[in-house]
Design a protein around this ligand. Structure first.
Ligand code: SF4
Ligand code: SF4
Length: 156
């Protein structure tokens, strides 16, 4: 059931400004859902439904949904979509908008926090700088500053 006041036309305009309007060509055939490998792990994930909610402008429902974070960006759906809808780009735009609106799932907040603090998801101390040099490998920055700056700039 959809209430008319759930439809947010500013959200639709914003999406159009984030990427091209290919998502408007979706005619709900379901090929994307039939192709998606994530569904084998999470049966309730449904890119076709996300496309429908997006086209209808159901901003709060879409941006607050954990499902937009499940897409693995494998591109299988995009290659098979008869309408040429670039679904992974839509998912990326939705995630960006979700972060702007403060809808960030807790696991993503933890990842952001780890990256902002240490520049990595786990320390690299089990493969030390000396060992890399011994093996002729280039040095790596233990705590990459650019990653810390990048993650630190995301509001969470
Ligand atoms: S495959 Fe393309 S046209 Fe079909 S439902 Fe998915 S996005 Fe829409
Ligand atoms: S790009 Fe995302 S939605 Fe499309 S098939 Fe891969 S995981 Fe599924």
């Amino acid at each position: 059931m959809i209430e008319v006041d759930e439809i947010d036309t500013r959200f639709l305009r914003r999406l159009k400004s984030e990427f091209d309007e290919s998502h408007l060509a979706c005619f709900q055939c379901g090929v994307c859902s039939a192709s998606c490998p994530v569904i084998e792990i999470e049966a309730s994930f449904n890119p076709r439904r996300i496309m429908k909610m997006t086209r209808l402008g159901l901003k709060s429902r879409v941006l607050s949904s954990d499902y937009i974070w499940l897409c693995s960006m494998c591109l299988l759906c995009e290659e098979r979509c008869p309408q040429g809808v670039r679904i992974p780009e839509v998912m990326t735009a939705l995630r960006n908008l979700a972060v702007e609106e403060g809808y960030i799932p807790e696991p993503m907040r933890r990842i952001r926090s780890l990256l902002a603090e240490g520049g990595r998801l786990y320390p690299i101390d089990d493969f030390t700088a000396e060992e890399r040099i011994d093996r002729g490998l280039p040095e790596v920055e233990a705590e990459p500053e650019f990653v810390k700056r990048l993650a630190g700039g995301v509001k969470a």
